[in-house]
Design a protein around this ligand. Structure first.
Ligand code: TPP
Ligand code: MG
Length: 346
């Protein structure tokens, strides 16, 4: 867990540096080697590390728009993930997905910029495992801002009635962009959503990786033993803005300071020292992690960009006519197209 957590933290520190290149002094979101938004998860590493340590390669994980710590803990290839973030051809999605749309079938990992979007596919993976009689499980990560989304609630329901091997993990960082959680839900403890679906719900009140791991072990074990889904909420802390460049004018300074003061990595390091792990061991884990991250970033920056001629490749499942030379796999029909073009509701 410590290795995953220090890797994720340093990875994002390095991404930050790269991201800011060319974007200042006036923040230009389209400039620099990583154009577009970048959502960092510093302060949330314990949730990912504590959960994913109980997963196997054949288990599925879906994550939201703040995905790097989860991807790293699930074992996504660091080089190909970084190439994707830099928009390079050898990236996980050929450089066309970017940091919110990482997809790695080898590691069983996907994420999406649409909040709570990962819940239905995780239920799908759980359903597939159950129909195939396999003991793999699926885990869907989401933020506390997504706990009233229909996709999440419907997923809880389907997973419950079909007793699917799915664990839903809410990362509660108190904020949904600029919206404090008390303004979007009357339920302070998101794991109580489980009660309405008659499934076990647990909240880990701190970003203590060991406490997360204990709770996750139980939930994942329950899923693997075919005893149905669970909901787990973990209190984490957003050390950064919602996205890079967010001035956080909405956020009280005391809240920012509180998040900065609580460091789950230092907390775990202290516990490991208490249990007899030498400082040198922790330092060498950090050094190795930094080396791997630096190597991945240097490798990614050397990769070619996708060629403009291939811009539409791998983008459409059913390319509209005119976009590629290929015939559409099926025809939507001229009426449907005309309706869409005229703003009709087809
Ligand atoms: C369905 C949907 N609605 C709105 C948005 C815009 N949006 C992006 S992130 C976000 C807030 C998410 O908050 P939370 O789920 O708590 O995750 P966090 O950013 O705190 O990690 C919103 C509303 C979106 N991406 N998808
Ligand atoms: Mg949040």
């Amino acid at each position: 867990m410590f290795e995953d957590m220090v890797t994720a933290r340093y990875y994002e520190e390095r991404l930050q540096e790269e991201y800011l290149e060319g974007k200042q002094p006036a923040f230009d979101i389209s400039a620099g080697p990583i154009p577009g938004e970048l959502h960092l998860a510093a302060g949330q590493e314990a949730a990912a590390a504590g959960v994913c340590r109980h997963l196997r390669d054949d288990d599925t994980v879906t994550a939201p728009h703040r995905p790097h710590h989860v991807a790293i803990a699930k074992g996504v290839d660091l080089k190909r993930m970084t190439a994707e973030i830099f928009g390079r051809e050898t990236g996980l999605c050929g450089g066309k997905g970017g940091h919110m749309h990482l997809f790695d079938p080898d590691a069983g990992f996907a994420c999406s910029g649409i909040i709570a979007e990962g819940c239905p596919p995780a239920v799908g993976a759980g359903l597939a495992a159950s129909k195939r009689n396999e003991d793999s499980v699926a885990v869907a990560f989401l933020g506390e801002g997504a706990i009233s989304q229909g996709g999440f609630l419907e997923s809880l329901n389907l997973a419950a009635v079909r007793e699917l091997p799915v664990v839903f993990v809410i990362e509660d960082n108190d904020w949904a962009i600029s919206m404090p959680k008390e303004r979007v839900s009357d339920v302070a403890d998101g794991s109580r959503r489980a009660e309405g679906f008659d499934m076990p719900g647990t909240r880990v009140d701190s970003d203590d990786a060991i406490a997360v791991s204990d709770a996750a072990k139980e939930a994942i074990g329950r899923a693997r033993d075919r005893n149905g889904p669970s909901l787990l909420e973990v209190q984490v802390h957003r050390r950064m803005g919602h996205f890079m460049g967010d001035p956080q004018t909405y956020r009280p300074e005391a809240d920012q300071e509180a998040a900065a003061d609580r460091d789950s990595i230092e907390r775990l390091a202290a516990e490991l020292r208490r249990r007899g792990v030498e400082d040198e061991t922790l330092e060498s884990i950090r050094e190795d992690a930094h080396e791997r991250v630096d190597e991945a970033i240097e490798w990614a920056k050397d990769q070619p960009e996708p060629s403009p001629e291939d811009a539409y490749e791998d983008v459409f499942a059913n390319p509209p006519s005119g976009v590629t030379d290929e015939e559409p796999a099926y025809d939507l029909g001229t009426d449907a197209r005309a309706g869409a073009e005229s703003g009709g509701d087809d």
